[in-house]
Design a protein around this ligand. Structure first.
Ligand code: SAM
Length: 342
């Protein structure tokens, strides 16, 4: 695995010909996932089963720092940003963060990934601030199973959040379901029937192994292939790829308003289609979910540092691994996805 100090040594990668940020393997990057907090208000069994402490592990970037960061990445050709965490809606300034990123020159899409608990009252102000896509994490539509998985009995609030987002017209609404052993066909069909009547995408995501969830993973991992077969059995067929799909594969049926998707991190070729970079809530560039970190925060104190920041990001790209850090056992370095933004 490359180390942060390899970054200064190599000379490939960086900004491509048309201002595209690219790595040494010819992949272009237009998408940044930014964690805005490492705090979460749920206790998902495979992520933070004991919840997080009262205090953040690290001081999150301020609105001003986030604006400078987004401006630098946008100047390198990134046009799609997604806010994640931790739980982003625990930040009282979330709407302002969305507004500032949406206002950066070159930014075309601003998304948010949330557990949906605080979504319903925020949906219209987030849309007005420029939010274009919303992913709500919702692993079960069965109230008891939802409570076992998240530690809370708030299924109705989360569903109300999704419905509010659709009602106020946020352009893209997706429900992300981590597919786990224990999700039976009845529940799968409940999710799919939601896509029949509503224009949303329900995406089934394969559980990833992390440092903290090894035992849970062995018990609950459900290969994406099993879901794919079930989708095909139910008449879903593969849809053409959208430029922003990344590693997701989308399925549809003519009589459904919405669609279904599959994200299979352990499948062959998954990393080859990687189109994303990540920045942690404390301002470290993560080149891979399971890989190298490059601190950027020291260059976010003023706009006068923009040139230096842009050059550091470009140089860092050559440390982005081709693939497979997880396969090579590096997943245990990432204790859970809440700390870096899943
Ligand atoms: N709190 C927000 C939420 O619930 O969407 C954002 C952060 S959460 C870490 C982002 C996504 O990562 C959620 O959809 C969650 O289910 C997913 N996630 C967390 N740990 C995961 C794992 N080990 N494998 C697959 N997905 C995981």
């Amino acid at each position: 695995m490359p180390r942060p100090d390899d970054i200064a040594k190599v000379s490939e990668g960086g900004a491509g010909p048309a201002g595209h940020l690219s790595d040494s393997f010819g992949r272009h990057f237009h998408y940044l996932r930014l964690s805005v907090t490492d705090r979460c208000n749920f206790r998902c069994a495979y992520c933070l089963p004991a919840g997080c402490g009262k205090e953040p592990l690290s001081r999150p970037l301020s609105v001003e720092e986030i604006e400078l960061l987004a401006g630098a990445f946008a100047s390198l050709g990134l046009w799609k940003f997604r806010l994640t965490g931790g739980e982003p809606t625990t930040r009282p300034d979330l709407t302002e963060i969305v507004r500032r990123i949406a206002g950066a020159p070159g930014v075309r899409r601003v998304g948010l990934t949330t557990n949906g608990y605080r979504l319903a009252p925020l949906a219209s102000e987030l849309r007005d601030a420029g939010l274009t896509s919303l992913n709500v994490s919702l692993d079960s539509l069965d109230p008891e199973r939802f409570e076992r998985l998240t530690g809370f009995s708030h299924l109705d609030r989360v569903v109300a959040g999704v419905e509010a987002a659709l009602a106020v017209g946020i352009p893209s609404v997706k429900v992300n379901v981590v597919a786990l052993r224990g999700m039976d066909d009845r529940e799968l069909d409940q999710f799919l029937s939601w896509t029949k009547r509503s224009p949303l995408t329900v995406r089934f995501i394969e559980l990833m192994r992390t440092g903290d969830n090894q035992a849970f993973f062995l018990q609950h991992h459900l290969p994406a292939e099993e879901i794919r077969r079930k989708l095909e059995d139910r008449g879903f067929t593969r849809l053409a790829r959208d430029e922003s799909d990344g590693p997701a594969i989308t399925y549809g049926r003519d009589d459904h308003l919405g669609s279904a998707g599959l994200i299979a991190p352990s499948s062959a070729g998954f990393c080859e289609s990687c189109n994303r970079l990540r920045v942690s809530s404390a301002g470290a560039l993560k080149l891979c979910l399971f890989g190298v970190e490059v601190p950027l925060r020291h260059l976010l104190a003023s706009s006068a540092q923009r040139g230096e920041l842009v050059r550091l990001i470009e140089r860092s790209m050559k440390a982005k691994p081709a693939s497979g850090l997880a396969e090579r056992g590096h997943e245990s370095q990432t204790r859970n996805l809440a700390s870096i933004g899943g």
